[in-house]
Design a binder for this molecule. Sequence first.
Ligand SMILES: NC(=O)c1ccc[n+]([C@@H]2O[C@H](COP(=O)([O-])OP(=O)(O)OC[C@H]3O[C@@H](n4cnc5c(N)ncnc54)[C@H](OP(=O)(O)O)[C@@H]3O)[C@@H](O)[C@H]2O)c1
Length: 258
Amino acid sequence: MLLQDYQPRPDALAERVILVTGAGAGLGRTAALAFAQHGATVILLGRTTSKLEKVYDEIEAAGGPQAAIYPMNLEGASIKDFEDLAERLEETFGRLDGVLHNAVLLGGLTPLEIYDIERWYKILQVNLNAPFMLTQACLPLLKKSGDASLVFTISNQVKQPKAYWGAYGVSKWALQGLMHTWAEELENNTNVRVNSINPGQALTGLRRQVYPGQAAGDAPEPEALMHAYVYLMSLDSREMNGQTIDCSPDESVSPTAS
Ligand SMILES: NC(=O)c1ccc[n+]([C@@H]2O[C@H](COP(=O)([O-])OP(=O)(O)OC[C@H]3O[C@@H](n4cnc5c(N)ncnc54)[C@H](OP(=O)(O)O)[C@@H]3O)[C@@H](O)[C@H]2O)c1
């Protein structure tokens, strides 16, 4: 079956505890809602509490399992902050069944020749260092799951690096490398699998920042990609490790769902 034809069961994520970073807006918000809709208890991590509260309320209004909010600005977060998070999750849930590394800082398109070094550090901190530290801190919790799914969000820059995308583009390349490294290191003797997803295009705040003239219909709404996100978090993708689901419209080969 092609992934585009995959239709998750309504309870595909029942009993699963999933952490989503950048859950207050865009693809992270939509994924959190979709995970809850399919039965998951979702931990909403992001930097703007009011946005997280809104998503929490939406999940509640839709009758999903009660979510949890964890405000955190990844820009200034240290390994201690991630260890504290893991400790809180251990106390509350006892395990983690999934992490969607989704939060992102774009920082605008700029030639490398004049790229501001402070901005470079900030972007690599949010997009690359934070997912590494969060994964490391949460690994003991993920190992307590019967099947834990770690998902890193990459972008088209991994397929084709482009001028002016600066630290954002470089962070996505590095994230893909990080995904493969974790996947190989964890493939034996753990129930933790590690994959990435390239949303390709989705009409979100990030996309409007890059293409301000873009209107509805010029790119898919985030909801159109959610079957792939739910698939990766569900047991249906249990055999996947070290792979990438590419949702970009120019992708000629659709991944196969088992
Ligand atoms: N949209 C696309 O077309 C597209 C294409 C390829 C890849 N992607 C990838 O998909 C993922 C989601 O993108 P998106 O389009 O949904 O982006 P978005 O609309 O800009 O949302 C990004 C999210 O990350 C959060 N965030 C940013 N900085 C943070 C920080 N320092 N600490 C904690 N949270 C932070 C934001 O929080 P606030 O809302 O509070 O600012 C927001 O919730 C990203 O990894 C992106 O690279 C998107």
